[in-house]
Design a protein around this ligand. Structure first.
Ligand SMILES: *Cc1c(COP(=O)(O)O)cnc(C)c1O
Length: 379
């Protein structure tokens, strides 16, 4: 089935009690049982909810997986993956990833005896070198946040398999419209559904998708035991968001192309980080594992100072200064003081994330208006 059809029909079935075409918001905490142990498959809403079930079925389908699980946030989904591990286990993670993932790993999970090793995963040799007998999980983010580095998923999947470790890919930036890590050998795909899946900046939610039934059972057990489940209203919103994912992504990509090329030609702009440029260091891999290049990008000015960046950040009219991404409206962000503030400055600079870096989430407004806005803001 083609993407557009899949995104609209994924997980959708008329509601059995009324025929409602949209799965209703089952706003209930419990379900009445006919007799002790005799029920319709629903006992208590932390464990099962029909709205969540419809969403989880859709999540599986859009990532070409067998199973999907929805969580109360992206970090709750990430947290659940780490809970598969035991003290003494090691994780190899990308050194250029979402600041909140780094915070969760380094500030929370390290205290429980799980070791994290951060490497530049773009060079897959670094991953190979970091493998030890205790490596149980490899955590990738591609394209990465905010520098848009690309990691070869298939090649890391082969390394993980050989080492007997799980591979989890944070696919938030690409969305299932651009890339499907399970098809490339990943064991788990993670999404912050808050971003492109929801798409309208009105919900916080996370997702995990997988093919292995045993892995699904373990993660479902963690979901139910730890309780980071989304409410039915939020499930409804993400389910609705998925129905227009392809139309939105097409426009995000088109606008992204226009803005990236505009920035690149601007005399005050130094570097533009966008994986659709033919001279992007990982363009060959991006072209193979992604269908297009998306609407996320970062750039630096020739004056790569926080002060110069601040001037642009406070001058845009259409681009709103905000964290987050993937909504219909364009956002502008200062990673050093906003999304990536939890990474120590020294670590941040070492990884190429300068004080002057500006990140854009290109929305689906008219591209000409977006260009005009950036033009007046950069000056
Ligand atoms: C936002 C984000 C997360 C965290 O998701 P929340 O829904 O905010 O908890 C994880 N990874 C990436 C790449 C993100 O952009």
């Amino acid at each position: 089935m083609k993407l557009a059809t899949k995104f609209i029909h994924a997980g959708a079935a008329p509601d059995p009690s009324t025929g409602a075409i949209m799965t209703p918001i089952y706003q209930t905490s419990t379900y009445v049982q006919e007799a002790p142990g005799k029920n319709k498959g629903y006992e208590y809403a932390r464990s099962q909810n029909p709205t969540r079930k419809a969403l989880e079925d859709a999540l599986a389908i859009i990532e070409n997986g067998k199973f999907g699980l929805a969580f109360s946030s992206g970090v709750a989904a990430t947290d659940s993956v780490i809970k598969l591990l035991n003290p003494g286990d090691e994780v190899i993670a990308a050194n250029d990833m979402y600041g909140g993932s780094y915070r969760l790993f380094s500030k929370v999970w390290e205290r429980y005896g799980i070791k994290f090793v951060y490497v530049d995963t773009c060079n897959t040799e670094n991953v190979k070198t970091a493998i030890t007998a205790n490596t149980k999980l490899i955590w990738l983010e591609t394209p990465s946040n905010p520098l848009m580095n690309i990691t070869d998923i298939s090649s890391v999947a082969a390394i993980a398999k050989k080492a007997g470790a799980l591979l989890c890919v944070d696919n938030t930036f690409a969305s299932p419209y651009l890339q499907n890590p399970l098809d490339l050998g990943a064991d788990i795909v993670m999404h912050s559904s808050t971003k492109y899946l929801g798409g309208h900046s009105d919900v916080i939610q996370g997702a995990l998708m997988m093919n292995d039934a045993t892995l699904r059972e373990k993660l479902y057990f963690i979901q139910k035991s730890c309780g980071a489940v989304p409410g039915p209203m939020d499930c409804f919103l993400v389910l609705r968001g998925i129905k227009t994912l392809h139309v939105r992504m097409k426009q995000h990509c088109e606008n992204g192309h226009v803005i990236a090329h505009f920035l690149r030609k601007h005399p005050s702009v130094d570097k533009v980080y966008w994986c659709g440029f033919a001279d992007h260091p990982n363009y060959d891999i991006a072209k193979i594992q992604m269908r297009a290049f998306g609407g996320m990008m970062s750039f630096t000015l020739k004056d790569d100072s926080a002060a110069a960046a601040m001037k642009v950040l406070s001058s845009t009219q259409l681009f709103s200064l905000a964290e987050s991404l993937g909504g219909v409206e364009s956002l502008i962000n200062h990673p050093a003081s906003m999304t990536h503030a939890s990474i120590p400055r020294e670590e941040r600079i070492k990884n190429g994330l300068s004080d002057g870096l500006i990140r854009l989430s290109i929305g689906i407004e008219d591209a000409d208006d977006l260009v005009e806005d950036l033009k007046q803001a950069i000056g």
